[in-house]
Design a protein around this ligand. Structure first.
Ligand code: TXA
Ligand code: MG
Length: 362
């Protein structure tokens, strides 16, 4: 098939071979694949037509740049013009892993990938299947999170298909389900599950173009961890996510911050804890026949428990992060109208989870 000329798929294959996934990507196709953070939707970053098709499949605004995925840090030349000292330090410390460094882009990467910016985000996932795919693809793979734009990211391949079935060519299943040999067959549910654990929150995005690294998006690699490697690292001091100036007066921005993100159909209400007030508010909602409520958090929902359609309690912030997006999606499957979400504690990955919770609620 001619590169970049594929029409929208009518059928999304469930596959299990990273090599097959790589060949579909090399042919200009779109393949969802697992990483250690969330599922990505991969496409050949050097194929302009395929990149455009990716934006359409996700309904993604064209001003939101894509992260380019590589099989190893040494491959940075496939996408970037220069590896700055700060990027080198951070990649040495955290890659492969949940970090994306933003660098000046090279000419192989077109404007559609970077949304017209002169920079490109690169990331080396710490996930065996993803890296096998990237090695076999032997080219830079642009991959946003595998969800419809604005929706919670997909942490399981089934959630990816909830959003993208028929819009992408294949999904790489990481738990044994596949129709490599059974095109069109539904997963039987009888195969062994050996799903890899996932962080559940997207990578930390750090602008490394200037003297001071700037965190554009929080993630599993925390500000404290970054500062242990480059002490001057700062958070983007944004006003409502808008572009700001860095210490050298250069404009940095994270266009992705401007758009709605991580939003389920249900209304999301953030609470600190179950106070008399939040319990009363949930009880009032519950009394309304048309309202269905859910709760996720680390505390016990106390007396409310029998009024909840869905409830998830997590014993650690890591477990909360790993399951948060899936909980939002499960609430939608149950037609929940309001989700009470307990704010994550601001420690470790909690800061990134709290950021996602605020966006889900906004
Ligand atoms: O963990 C992750 O990062 C996942 C997995 C699949 O790797 N990917 C992901 O991609 O979250 P996406 O497209 O959902 O989010 C990419 C974020 C957006 O906020 C985007 O604006 C920002 O990275 N970004 C990408 N390239 C950028 C650049 N050149 N300058 C500034 N921000 C950039
Ligand atoms: Mg995303």
């Amino acid at each position: 098939m001619e590169s970049g000329t594929r029409a929208t798929s009518l059928l999304t294959r469930r596959i299990k071979s990273p090599e097959v996934a790589a060949s579909i990507i090399r042919d200009g196709g779109l393949v969802a694949f697992p990483t250690e953070t969330v599922f990505g939707l991969g496409v050949d970053a050097t194929n302009e037509a395929a990149v455009e098709r990716l934006f359409r499949a996700k309904g993604r605004p064209s001003d939101n740049p894509l992260i380019v995925h590589l099989s190893r840090p040494d491959d940075w030349r496939l996408a970037a013009a220069e590896l700055t000292r700060n990027a080198q330090l951070l990649l040495n410390a955290f890659a492969p892993g949940p970090i994306t460094v933003v660098l000046p882009k090279n000419d192989a990467i077109g404007d559609s990938v970077t949304a017209g910016l002169a920079t490109v985000g690169i990331r080396v996932p710490d996930h065996a299947i993803a890296r096998t795919l990237l090695r076999a693809a032997n080219r830079p793979v642009a991959a946003p999170s595998a969800n419809l734009s604005g929706r919670p990211s997909g942490v399981h391949w089934k959630s990816v298909l909830d959003d993208l079935d028929g819009r992408v060519d294949a999904v790489l299943c990481d738990d044994g389900y596949a129709d490599d040999f059974q095109r069109g067959g539904e997963p039987s549910g009888t195969v062994e599950r050996h799903e890899s654990p996932r962080i559940g929150i997207e990578s930390t995005v750090v602008d490394c173009c200037g003297d001071v690294p700037i965190v554009l998006r929080t993630g599993a690699v925390t500000l404290e961890q970054l500062r242990r490697v480059v002490p001057s690292t700062k958070m983007l001091a944004s006003v409502a996510g808008l572009a700001t100036l860095n210490s050298q007066g250069r404009r940095v921005n994270s266009p992705g911050l401007l758009h709605p993100h991580y939003q389920p159909q249900a209304d999301v209400r953030l609470i600190d804890a179950w106070t008399a007030e939040s319990i009363a508010s949930a009880a009032t909602l519950h009394a309304d026949r048309d309202e269905t409520i859910a709760y996720c958090g680390m505390d016990d929902p106390k007396t409310l428990i029998d009024r909840l359609e869905l409830c998830a309690r997590f014993s650690s912030v890591d477990e909360y992060a790993a399951n948060f997006y899936e909980f939002l999606r499960e609430a939608d499957r149950h037609s929940v109208t309001t989700i009470f979400v307990q704010r994550a504690p601001c420690e470790g990955i909690g800061a990134a989870l709290l950021d996602r919770q605020r966006r889900a609620a906004s």
